[in-house]
Write a protein that binds this ligand. Structure first.
Ligand code: ADP
Ligand code: ADP
Length: 216
């Protein structure tokens, strides 16, 4: 299975992506997570990316596409992959098409999640993450067993610094201007599934599974 999951920041892409990668046993390729890892490892690329991320802007395409190109050379993507947060503009979508064409593969599905802006702001402002393992929680909708502590490794959960409201509003503007046109790009290619992201985590997953032709 080769899947892309798209949608505005905070709509629930990463949460649904986790369920899909478990189901299909494919790697979860989140460019946001890769940038955060590279920053945590104090790499030069990570430090450059961090500057853009903190401002709520997109990391430049040459850096982003190169990271994806590199990731697609790993053995584990032979069985498929799920891209989460990539491509984020038309240039990246074209670059990905070229990479896949070179490998002689193509996408099986593009999932586009939607939700109104107020709900997105509510989801992002309640998002808490574990910097150790990357797990994502929500203060009301997906609580950890113990408040403020990661279920997997006991790390204190934090709020991402780009999840503060002013930065979120900028990210939403950039989403509208640069990322939303990618939906039209894939619509033309005829392989897009629209999912109502306002539903519960369970309902979103059921709808995605059904759209992908999975019955159970
Ligand atoms: P969200 O889905 O909540 O926006 P991500 O983890 O996908 O969060 O992205 C966080 C930030 O990382 C983005 O705001 C952007 O700065 C950067 N980023 C992630 N993916 C890309 C990409 N494909 N192109 C450019 N920048 C990206
Ligand atoms: P994205 O990857 O699109 O930025 P996330 O998957 O990180 O979004 O979700 C954003 C926040 O909303 C997280 O705190 C997550 O726990 C919560 N969340 C995700 N999906 C749902 C949902 N269907 N209903 C309620 N809350 C959700």
């Amino acid at each position: 299975m080769r899947i892309i999951i798209m949608g505005p920041p905070g709509v629930g892409k990463g949460t649904e992506a986790e369920l899909l990668v478990k189901h299909y046993q494919i790697p979860h390729i989140s460019t946001g997570n890769i940038f955060r890892e590279l920053y945590k490892d104090r790499t030069t690329v990570g430090k450059i990316a961090k500057e853009y991320i903190s401002r709520g802007e997109l990391v430049p395409d040459d850096i982003t596409n190169e990271i994806v190109r590199h990731r697609l050379n790993h053995q584990d993507v032979k069985k498929g992959f799920l891209f989460d947060g990539y491509p984020r503009n038309i240039e990246q979508a074209k670059a990905l098409d070229e990479m896949l064409a070179k490998q002689g593969t193509k996408l099986d599905a593009v999932i586009n999640m939607t939700a109104p802006e107020e709900l997105i702001i509510e989801r992002i402002s309640g998002r808490r993450v574990c910097e150790t393992c990357g797990a994502v929680y929500h203060i009301h909708n997906k609580k950890p067993k113990q408040e403020g502590i990661c279920d997997h490794d006991g790390t204190q959960l934090i709020q991402r610094n780009d999840d503060l409201e002013a930065t979120v509003r900028r990210r939403l503007r950039i989403y509208k201007n640069q990322t939303a046109p990618v939906i039209g790009y894939y619509e033309k290619a005829g392989a897009i599934i629209h999912i109502n992201g306002t539903q519960s985590i369970k309902e979103v997953d059921a709808q995605v599974m059904k759209a992908l032709g999975e019955t159970n």
